[in-house]
Design a protein around this ligand. Structure first.
Ligand SMILES: Nc1ncnc2c1ncn2[C@@H]1O[C@H](COP(=O)(O)OP(=O)(O)O)[C@@H](O)[C@H]1O
Ligand SMILES: [Mg+2]
Length: 256
């Protein structure tokens, strides 16, 4: 059996009296696109935050390639090759795409200039262009501020940035929710490129046809529990909706 890149077992999360994750098991395997679906409030975003270091679980274990880990920040998860692209993007709108790729991880000039904190802009621009080319991202211009790009292009920059700093797993929470049809297709193509580059993607989406089009595996949550899992080709919009709305939890041991 393949060892998961990232695995979570018996994850619980309480916010005060609200028990929002009740013993979730989740794994990400090498070179896959895994969709994470469920109705509003099912716990998808909370689970992703836990798996990417933005929240701590109340109980439960995480492991990477079979070794126990715990993350106390998104930066720590990133050191393990894990990053998240959030709905609200978190790009710096006034900076160029290339600057955004290196935001917080700027490269310094070699030698004395670098020691004085002088940035190596030419090298960053070169590497950024390489990264966009590798993922097939075609920007209208690499020199304009990100705020002047379309929503789809901004999302592409955010994904390219995540793929620059994470080499194992990228979580994407509704990456196409705000996009039109054409831009959505481009972002889906980019997600496939990320997978081809050897990085696994966990995609949260409400768009069932999209999930069926792109995912290799589909994990369904309901009310903070695992309720179903499908392989690509074994699911339909009807079976996914049925699992999301009336799925019976696989394990009732932690249900309250
Ligand atoms: N910081 C928080 N404090 C209290 N409750 C929260 C918090 N974050 C999420 N929740 C609750 O946890 C449940 C799961 O939320 P969420 O993970 O956002 O679900 P989903 O992303 O599947 O819509 C919801 O009932 C939500 O109200
Ligand atoms: Mg959510």
């Amino acid at each position: 059996m393949t060892v998961p890149l990232l695995a979570a077992s018996d994850i619980h999360k309480r916010f005060g009296h609200a028990h929002v994750l009740k013993g979730i098991d989740f794994a990400v395997y090498p070179a896959e696109i895994c969709a994470l679906i469920g109705d509003n409030g099912a716990g998808k975003s909370t689970l992703v935050k836990i798996l990417s270091g933005a929240e701590k679980p109340t109980k439960g274990e995480l492991s990477i390639a079979g070794k126990r880990v715990s993350f106390s920040s998104p930066g720590q998860a990133q050191q393990h090759g894990i990053a998240t692209v959030y709905q609200d993007l978190a790009l710096a709108p006034e900076l160029t795409p290339s600057d955004n790729l290196f935001l917080g991880s700027e490269m310094l000039r070699p030698g004395l200039l670098g020691r004085f904190g002088i940035l190596d802009r030419a090298e960053m621009r070169r590497r950024a262009a390489e990264q966009f080319a590798r993922l097939g991202v075609k920007l209208r211009s690499a020199k304009v501020p990100v705020s002047s790009l379309s929503g789809g292009q901004r999302q592409s920059v955010a994904i390219a940035r995540a793929a620059m700093w994470a080499d194992k797993v990228i979580f994407m929470d509704e990456p196409t929710a705000a996009l039109g049809v054409v831009q959505t297709e481009r972002v889906l193509e980019l997600i496939r490129q990320v997978k081809n580059a050897g990085i696994s993607v966990v995609l949260i989406s409400h768009n069932m046809p999209q999930v069926l089009e792109i995912a290799d595996r589909i994990v369904v949550l309901r009310l903070g529990q695992n309720v179903a899992e499908f392989k690509a080709g074994e699911a339909s919009v009807e079976s996914l909706v049925a699992a999301m709305t009336s799925g019976v939890a696989k394990s009732g041991k932690d249900a309250q």
